[in-house]
Ligand binder design. Sequence first.
Ligand code: ATP
Length: 325
Amino acid sequence: MNQTPLPLLEVKGLKKHFPFKQGLFSTQKGSVRAVDGIDLSVYRGETLGIVGESGCGKSTAGQLILQLIEPTEGEVWFEGKQMTVLSKEELRKARRNMQIIFQDPYSSLNPRMSVEDIVSEPLVVHGLYKGAALKEKVIELLRLVGLDTHHLSRHPHEFSGGQKQRIGIARALALNPSLIVCDEAVSALDVSIQSQILNLLKKLQKELQLTYIFIAHGLPAVKHISDRIAVMYLGKIVELADRESLFSHPRHPYTQALLSAVPVPDPTQRKERIILQGDLPSPANPPKGCSFHTRCPYVQELCRNIAPILQEQASGHAAACHFPL
Ligand SMILES: Nc1ncnc2c1ncn2[C@@H]1O[C@H](COP(=O)(O)OP(=O)(O)OP(=O)(O)O)[C@@H](O)[C@H]1O
């Protein structure tokens, strides 16, 4: 009998609302619903892509998963433990197994530190290696990401963007994590360098049995690396599916609009671009339902007033839409 494996990471009803005062002299308070109730499971060895427009809550979701910020509500389960209730010491230990690679290799590395210091820092902080063994471990990590011993004493400004991102990856690997959140990890790089880094991440995933959450703005950036993709809109997941299923049959009108904006290399294959009407609503004042179906007034009324929930529409393919495509 085939049993579904237990997820490495499970997120249940996760919310992060950032409170703010509405006017300079007002006592009225509001909140930005950056993440507004997401449920997710991520399995060992897979890559889950999270995509959506700027401000939809992708990075906040990543930070909540890594316990870098506290949730307003909800639970994060990692390796069978509920992270949100761990003591400081337990959390420190559990955090070793979850790391992050940031978007901007230019600002995420301390310019005053040598590569050796940058990569060895997590190992020293956690008291795992010292002396010659520490140096050996750093060299091993650099080799894993395609760098060499002669890079050890150099500083970040002496490297190209792609090499800097390799240093960031070596540092993230230092504690032998099982989960890595790649937050726009290749967005700041040239296209040819992007594919080199993506190939490196794939190779490392195979060799080290890593699990990735890969955050990006657009679907093309996550297409080749993701096994499954979650599409976020205004703090919520509106569609979650296997990569093939999402690209071949998007079921949410928002995903369909995102896909229609992706250029195709073949000029004979023209596709109609779907333009979403109006501005992106503010996460400080989100609509009750959704306003993607604009043609029929009855549909409009229903969608605007009743929030759709994320429901399975086909095997392994869920969408939050009253009228899935
Ligand atoms: N510390 C904070 N205080 C108040 N609001 C915040 C804070 N962090 C994020 N937000 C707001 O939460 C919403 C979601 O932000 P987040 O950075 O998670 O989105 P994103 O999808 O990652 O966007 P981008 O792709 O531009 O990074 C935005 O409206 C943002 O302004």
